[in-house]
Design a protein around this ligand. Structure first.
Ligand SMILES: [Cu+2]
Length: 288
């Protein structure tokens, strides 16, 4: 039987508590930081050489799908009633709405140092020390809405524009492509500054603090965000049934992208799984 991922705004009080407690237990066991390490390790951008799998690449979606599934497995080993809820940022759009409540993610960072002071993941609550980071800051930080130069979360219309593209991804399969569902959803856009941050990327920027950069899974809202991103892949598939993950075959040896991206039947490291095998996980989980 497949289990269900729910909209975080519809969790009961008990479901909220069990989700938070499972996260804290996975953290206490030392398993959580392994997910942060993986995300940092696979954060290779366009400008570098070598394989890109987690970002700026077609496998952005399957890579994060697998990471999320592994985190969810860790949570379910603690409490098998728990699944990763999704945050629909097209609806819950302010720092006062779900999931920024004291029984879920806690609130914004304070003005002086962006330190989150409320909720279960505040450093001072004693359960959430950041060990793997791109800086040596050990407390969770946020800057909801990007206070110094405010930005808005992506809208339902922004998301629809990405979903409307029937082609999964296009050459050169990186952050510069202006066509294809993958980058329209991942959100590397043209222009400078905030106009260039679209959909998925814009949400990371809107949350701010540790959510910007390779160590972003340190903020547990990362999972709620990527649960919603994962749902968009399912929606896109049901809208464009004849379309699939691309590229189907690896770029040839003369192609600049040769050896730099993961094709449909290639192994998606660090796991022993291919994008093809991750395209349909409806036997494992569904969305409600
Ligand atoms: Cu992300």
């Amino acid at each position: 039987m497949a289990y269900t991922r729910k909209n975080v705004s519809r969790l009961t009080r008990t479901e909220r508590r069990r989700f938070v407690e499972a996260l804290l237990e996975v953290k206490r066991r030392g398993e959580y930081d392994e997910f942060v390490r993986l995300h940092m390790q696979y954060n290779a951008p366009d400008g570098e050489r070598g394989l890109r799998s987690a970002h700026m690449a077609p496998s952005f979606l399957p890579w994060h799908r697998k990471l999320l599934l592994e985190l969810e497995r860790a949570l379910r080993r603690v409490d098998d009633s728990v699944t990763v809820p999704y945050w629909d940022w097209t609806r819950d759009r302010t720092a006062g709405s779900v999931p920024w409540t004291d029984d879920l993610m806690g609130g914004n960072g304070r003005r002086s140092d962006r330190q989150v002071m409320t909720g279960p993941f505040a450093y001072r609550a004693g359960h959430w020390r950041i060990n793997e980071n791109v800086t040596d800051i050990h407390y969770l930080t946020r800057d909801l809405g990007h206070h110094s130069n405010p930005i808005q979360l992506p809208t339902a219309r922004d998301l629809r524009a990405a979903l409307a593209d029937p082609v999964y991804d296009v050459a050169p399969w990186n952050s510069t492509v202006t066509k294809g569902f993958r980058n329209k959803l991942e959100g590397w856009g043209r222009g400078r500054g905030s106009v260039s941050w679209r959909n998925h990327n814009r949400v990371h920027r809107w949350v701010g603090g540790v959510m910007v950069g390779g160590a972003s899974p340190n903020d547990p809202v990362f999972w709620l965000h990527h649960s919603f991103v994962d749902l968009q892949w399912i929606r896109w598939q049901s809208m464009h049934r004849s379309h699939r993950y691309l590229p189907a075959d690896p770029p040839g040896s003369r192609d600049a992208q040769h050896g730099r991206i993961v094709a449909r039947h290639e192994r998606l490291r660090p796991w022993d799984v291919t994008p093809d095998e991750l395209e349909d996980l409806s036997r494992i989980y569904r969305y409600e």
